[in-house]
Design a binder for this molecule. Structure first.
Ligand code: DAH
Length: 339
């Protein structure tokens, strides 16, 4: 009997050393420890043995059972570990592999220009002001010294919501709102959308963008306006940019001017961008009209100011060489991708 048990130990050991997977291990467990195993048969047959042999053989069988059980558990742990390793190997992710080409958007050219303009004026100590796009005729016109019979107020030119509520035609009403709410010194710019009753074509759009500027303080002079705009033009359009001022008329400035910049593509020689002129019209500006200051509760005897306003699309078109305004609104990705 002892030899038989020894033989079972030997063969179990041998078979266990050849096991390659969990299934084989399970089969082995059944074979050596199951109900029909040799060891179980010996236990069942213990009754036939002599009284001295019985406990000895019984404990030998139980010991071997425990031994085999432990060896199987160890083998199982190792096999499981190996299986996990195999699986991990199979599912390995190479984090250094180049990613799929995601389509990442870009900042719209109009927003790019607005951001750049903001950055320049913030650097000169300005704050950013904001105002409503749905505006009253009071702020859009009256406060800005633009009387009821002024052509800018024509139904043909402006989107009326009611008789005295419109879509703002310019960012200039923000000037009046800021002056009413803030004591000088005032130094603000206001970028935003404006609306005109124009048909969309290569150079017109019923909605476009402006940047307004306003400075009010003691002793503000025309030379301050010129210096400021020159500094801005150089920063925005390049170090060799020159600025020229032409007399003009705006109801809310006196004197008023339009400012042109030397063409930053040809440097003033004349090219496609400046249409052979050498100059590009940039903005309207002037000294804030005393009546406007007064309308907004600022004493024109004590304070003076300058203001300016320009179109963002115009700068974007010139700077990026875009010849049709509509491209800026169609948002064709093939177009936008270029900026
Ligand atoms: N608001 C004017 C326009 O839309 C532009 C302008 C001209 C703004 C002169 C100003 C200014 O602040 O002083 O045509």
């Amino acid at each position: 009997m002892e030899e038989k048990i020894e033989a079972i130990r030997k063969s179990a050991k041998e078979e266990l050393s050849k096991i390659e997977n969990l299934q084989e291990l399970q089969e082995l467990r059944v074979k050596y420890l199951g109900k029909k195993s040799d060891l179980t048969a010996i236990l069942k047959g213990l009754g036939a043995l002599s009284a001295e042999e019985r406990p000895k053989i019984g404990s030998m069988v139980n010991e071997l059972r425990k031994e085999i059980e432990n060896t199987i558990l160890e083998a199982e742990a190792i096999l499981k570990e190996k299986q996990l390793e195999k699986q991990l190997e199979k599912e390995k992710i190479d984090v250094t592999m180049p990613s799929k080409n995601l389509n990442i958007g870009s900042v719209h050219p109009i927003t790019q220009i607005i951001d750049e303009v903001k950055e320049i004026f913030l650097g000169m100590g300005y704050s950013i002001a904001d105002g409503p796009e749905v505006e009253t005729t009071h702020y859009n016109f009256d406060q800005l010294n633009t009387p009821a019979d002024h052509p800018a107020r024509d139904l043909q030119d402006t989107f009326y919501i009611t008789e005295d509520v419109i879509l703002r035609t310019q960012t200039s009403p923000v000037q009046a709102r800021v002056m009413e709410n803030q004591k000088p010194p005032i130094k603000i710019i206001c970028p935003g959308a404006v609306y005109r009753s124009d048909t969309l074509d290569a150079t017109h759009s019923p909605v476009f963008h402006q940047v307004e500027g306003l400075v009010v303080d003691k002793n503000i002079k025309m030379s301050d306006l010129k210096g400021t705009l020159e500094a801005f033009a150089v920063k925005c359009l390049g170090p060799n940019t020159k600025v020229r001022f032409r007399p003009h008329h705006f109801p809310f400035t006196e004197p008023s001017a339009e400012a042109d910049v030397s063409c930053f593509v040809c440097g003033g020689k004349g090219c496609r961008v400046c249409k052979g002129e050498g100059w590009i019209e940039l903005l309207g500006c002037g000294m804030v009209h005393p009546k406007v200051l007064e309308n907004c509760g600022i004493n024109p005897e004590e304070y003076s100011g300058f203001a300016f306003g320009f179109g963002v699309e115009r700068i974007a078109m010139a700077k990026f060489g875009i010849d049709d305004l509509r491209l800026l609104y169609e948002n064709d990705v093939r177009f936008l991708k270029q900026f």
